[in-house]
Design a protein around this ligand. Structure first.
Ligand code: PA5
Length: 434
């Protein structure tokens, strides 16, 4: 279950914005459902939920099972939309610290999923490979185009390292790419690597529920069926434009944008939601940041960031919106010990759970930020589960699409990213561009 409350932001919306917004938002929602808006050739992320492919979910689970039995580590190589979804889901669902044994001889503990190819740090790659010496390593290279420089370079280096160490290297590499073309597909065919498809009509940042996201999540040991069907459930619940939280969120963001706000912060109190913040940030930045429009999306992790960015939020330039992503589960939480007469001055929280103290910090922060002139939205999940994450992913995808149509832009392309890629390749003297 997820609850949404966008009402605290209402008081910050200019009165001139409201008129006609309902009708325009409903039209944007209809354009998304009927496939009549800009970029409608990229709506495969809805298509796969409308007609779930259970055989594919089973195939992903079965390949992941083999890897879980044989691997110490799966290196996922990808950048942007080709890794952020998997990373967000795995971080959110994984314990902070694992007590699993390292694996006795002949018995593998669950593999660690490690990400690479998402930057150009040579020392990261070198240190990663050094740390994997003697381990059973598998790799999943994920690139829709197959030609993105960062993952392509990382893959070449990791592939060579694996070929030098494993006789069965071709069984250890799994390629996730476009079904029809690209150099990665060709490389997979030549070397007999196993492959998964990212459907042609799904762009990177909308690919979390394709094998790009599902396969690493399955290898990490999570239930991809609940994740996928969580998204299906949310899509079904968001069919009507009435009482539709995704449409309401899109409307509130758009109305605030038109009232002069320029940035939105996704704030979390649970550090393991940081990956989800990065996924959200990419989804909204690449979808909305066009034609000199859009809210600049960024993230805060509290309460740590209250001791740094909190100052700006409270008293800096008044152009910020804040969306809190909260978890309200009934899991027991560690308590502050009661030490009668202790000198640390903490008797007022003695016996309280950290959860209740964090809740007080949340209430205090929302009140302070609202009174400081920051419009606030609140999204609350009743637990960090596969199903809730699936729901949340679809919710944000639907909202960013409706919001993009309200702004009058195509939410499904990313000309700015493509521009950087071709300029970089030109500097490197490559033939052609991205
Ligand atoms: O959302 C997008 O389309 C991008 O962020 C891509 O995912 C990113 O550029 C990586 O592209 P590719 O999967 O083709 O390597």
């Amino acid at each position: 279950m997820i609850e949404f409350d966008f009402s605290p932001a209402d008081a910050f919306i200019d009165s001139h914005v409201g008129s006609g917004l309902f009708l325009r938002a409903h039209a944007a929602h209809r354009a998304l459902l009927e496939g009549t808006g800009a970029g409608s050739e990229w709506l495969g992320w809805r298509r796969i939920l409308q007609d779930p492919n259970d055989a594919l979910l089973e195939e992903i689970t079965s390949v992941s099972r083999e890897i879980r039995e044989r691997a110490d580590v799966l290196i996922c190589i990808g950048i942007g939309g080709s890794y952020l979804g998997a990373k967000a889901i795995i971080s959110a669902l994984s314990p902070y610290f694992s007590s699993e044994p390292d694996g006795e001889e002949g018995v593998h503990a669950a593999p660690r999923v490690i990400f690479a190819g998402h930057h150009l740090s040579g020392s990261y790659l070198q240190e990663l490979l050094d740390s994997l010496e003697g381990k059973s390593v598998f790799a999943n290279v994920i690139s829709k185009s197959g030609s993105t420089l960062e993952p392509a370079i990382a893959f070449r280096i990791i592939r060579k390292w694996m070929e030098d160490r494993f006789d069965d290297c071709s069984r250890r590499i799994i390629v996730t790419t476009d079904p029809d073309g690209g150099s990665l597909r060709e490389l997979a065919q030549t070397n007999d690597y196993r492959t998964f498809d990212i459907p042609a009509d799904i762009g990177g940042r909308f690919s979390a529920l394709t094998p790009a996201g599902l396969f690493p999540v399955a290898v990490a040991g999570f239930d991809i069926r609940s994740l996928f069907y969580g998204s299906v459930a949310m899509m079904t619940e968001l069919l009507s434009p009435e009482d539709n939280p995704a449409v309401a969120y899109a409307m509130s963001r758009y109305a605030l944008h038109e009232s002069g706000y320029t940035a939105e912060i996704l704030s979390v109190f649970e550090p393991k939601l940081g990956g989800l913040g990065s996924w959200w940030q990419q989804l909204f930045a690449e979808s909305e940041g066009k034609d000199l429009k859009g809210l600049f999306p960024t993230t805060c992790t509290y309460s740590g960031d209250l001791h740094s960015l909190g100052q700006y939020l409270q008293s800096g330039r008044r152009n910020l919106i804040e969306t809190f992503l909260m978890i309200d589960s009934d899991r027991p939480s560690i308590e502050v010990p009661d030490e009668n007469g202790s000198l640390d001055g903490l008797d007022f929280v003695a016996g309280k759970s950290i959860k209740s103290i964090a809740h007080a910090a949340f209430l205090g922060t929302t009140r302070a930020h609202l009174s400081g002139g920051v419009p606030v939205h609140i999204i609350t999940m009743d637990g960090l589960t596969e199903e809730n994450l699936g729901r949340l992913i679809y919710f944000f995808e639907h909202a960013v699409s409706v919001g993009g149509y309200l702004l009058g832009i195509n939410p499904f392309d990313q000309p700015g990213v493509d521009a950087y890629k071709s300029e970089m390749l030109r500097v490197l003297g490559a033939q052609g561009d991205s």
